[in-house]
Write a protein that binds this ligand. Sequence first.
Ligand code: AMP
Ligand code: ZN
Length: 434
Amino acid sequence: MGIMFWNEEIETLDRKSLEKLQLEKLQASLTAASQTPFYRKVFEDTGVDIDSIRSIEHLQDLPLTTKNDLRLSYPDGMVAVDRKEIVRMHASSGTTGKSTVIFYSRRDIEDWADLVARCMVATGTTPDDVFQNMMGYGLFTGGLGLHYGAERLGCLVIPSSTGNTMKQIQLMQDFGTTVVHITPSYSLHLVEVIRENDIDPHDLSLKKAYIGAEPHSEATRKKIEDQYGIDAYNSYGLSEMNGPGVSFECTEKQGMHIWEDFYIVEVIDPHTGEVLPDGDEGELVLTHINREAMPIIRYRTRDLTRIIPDSCPCGRTHRRIERIKGRTDDMFIISGVNVFPSQIESVLMNVPEVGNNYQIVLDREENLDRLHIKVELYSKMFHGDLKELNRLKETIAEKIRSTVIVNPRVELLEPGSLPPSTGKAVRVIDNREL
Ligand code: AMP
Ligand code: ZN
């Protein structure tokens, strides 16, 4: 029997006590934030008296903080402690634009490790597990974040970082890796290399994968689970809120718990900024209520999701969010239609003949937008029968057309033709002139 909870008291705290705790921590965070040049000015400019914030709803009186605010206050306009209290910095991976920098105090690093351990235990991981961390070490939070959490839990940690696929496979075999942390796109590439080396992925000791850092569909999760014969858990985080460990699936795999003793969750209408009721889809806004070095209030994540209001059978009282549908800024408009890459991914990953890599290319020909989809075939299905390939192309095009209402040009490719991804995958290439 494994451990059920990392911190049972907090993870199962009744909602009323949890909300009371949130309010206390929020008030302390606002006081800390008011010490920073950035928030001192925000509070002055908007005339908000932080002492008047007496309920979580009052938080809506405060303005939202954006990525641009972080850039403008670079490097330390949002730091709330003395330089000597800071022990670590990280940066966002620059998914869009210039990266932003985040600072941590000693206590922040300890708390973060605890949160990550909490997530790992929620998926049934124990100190007996061998954890291979295939996320980038360095400025990106994905590597070190899970590393400290897994050590805190007591796993044997293999800090293999990204890339060097042959070495990854050797480590998995030699040390009997049971849990990996990996981007979904790299996981799809890794399995191909495993097979090319005549290893059956099902023969590995692997039991679980934590997949995160980039949007992916339920179909991709299923695909990864089938390919390796494992459970894949969605892991969500962002550097502005520590990094990984913000929100994680439990063994129920029905949405990701978000740790409400650390974060206040809001979902807003991305156009009006209005806070939406639980269950409605919109942009996730997070307030970190437990951070010393860099308290961030009402941060616009740009990530689209919704709160799942029902309670979870696992017993945790912290609410869940649904898998991220995409970022408000990765949606593209083609021939006037709004399309999220995840919609196309979902279609592709449900076609058995489709392999593990794809690319969406947007072109403009004679003033018309063109949606061009390059798809690698699954090696076992690739025998070059032209008629069969043409039929497959038509099927894929038809499925995409009925999902996103745009007529795509589908190109089928041999496995391994597209550049493999080791970190966050680049899925959309927009060649259109502005
Ligand atoms: P970074 O700050 O560089 O770690 O990037 C954080 C961003 O990565 C988030 O705001 C999301 O857009 C994306 N991301 C991280 N984890 C996930 C996940 N599990 N599903 C979808 N997107 C994710
Ligand atoms: Zn649960």
